[in-house]
Design a binder for this molecule. Structure first.
Ligand code: PEP
Length: 250
């Protein structure tokens, strides 16, 4: 059985004290397990405070984004190596908000995925369709193109990455994909990856989109759902820990 990963994306939320308190509550409340890894991705500026609060705990640290470049004249950017220096092991890449609001194309996402791998970080690469694309019957075409861009770029392979299937219409809307809807896309993703290279059959595929403590169990019960990328419900320690517990029981 593939281990599960439950990742919290705090987005542009939490002031310093709130980030510290949230991380302390997670560190105290999660005893860890080889079967389930809990990861939090705070705003970049809070990474040192959160890293200190998580020290000695079984909760891992990630970032929400990284630069496409390793260094140089790129004002405001943060390189993967810098994130690794501060204790990050993971980084979210190509979240739909970055694709839609900051112009990240499939090519940029693929290039950031490679940068993350080169920096020693595990990229959590987000893919997903809009509601209009779903209604037009284009889910597999859209997801397929997003995957193809990753496959084409990854000359050294995709074995070290995590994917997150996040239907855009389900993010922050309270409208979760049904377990069957999510499973159908996860199975498509796994099939496409294994066809490209049998060694990629076990790439973890997380589901994201309004995951809460009360719907996580039914999603985690699906055979190709390897955990969750959680936005809103990761901002309350009890809610996020409850999702972690559902993963433990799956
Ligand atoms: C996300 O930010 O990736 C996300 C899935 O958010 P939410 O859980 O709030 O829908």
């Amino acid at each position: 059985m593939r281990p599960k990963l439950v990742v919290g994306n705090w987005k542009l939320n939490t002031r310093r004290d709130e980030a510290q308190a949230l991380a302390q509550a997670l560190a105290a409340g999660w005893s860890g397990s080889a079967q389930v890894r809990l990861v939090v991705c705070p705003p970049a500026v809070h990474i040192p405070v959160v890293a200190a609060a998580l020290e000695g705990s079984r909760v891992a640290l990630g970032a929400q984004n990284l630069a496409e470049q390793p260094e140089g004249a790129f004002t405001g950017e943060i390189a993967g190596e810098m994130l690794a220096d501060y204790g990050c092991g993971f980084v979210i890449v190509g979240h739909s908000e970055r694709r839609a609001l900051f112009g990240e194309t499939n090519a940029v996402v693929a290039s950031k995925m490679l940068r993350a791998l080169d920096s020693g970080l595990t990229p959590i690469v987000c893919i997903g369709e809009t509601l209009a694309e779903r209604e037009a019957g284009q889910v597999e075409a859209v997801i397929g193109a997003q995957l193809d861009a990753l496959v084409a770029a990854a000359t050294a392979g995709l074995a070290g990455i995590v994917l997150a299937y996040e239907p855009i219409w389900a993010i922050g809307t309270g409208q979760t994909a049904s377990p069957a809807q999510a499973q159908a896309v996860h199975a498509f993703i796994r099939g496409r990856l294994s066809a490209a290279n049998p060694a990629w059959a076990d790439v973890p595929v997380l589901y994201g989109g309004s995951v809460k403590a009360d719907n996580a169990a039914s999603l985690f019960a699906e055979q190709d759902i390897d955990g969750a990328l959680v936005g809103g419900a990761s901002l309350a320690a009890d809610d996020f820990l409850a999702i972690g517990q559902q993963a433990l029981q799956a």
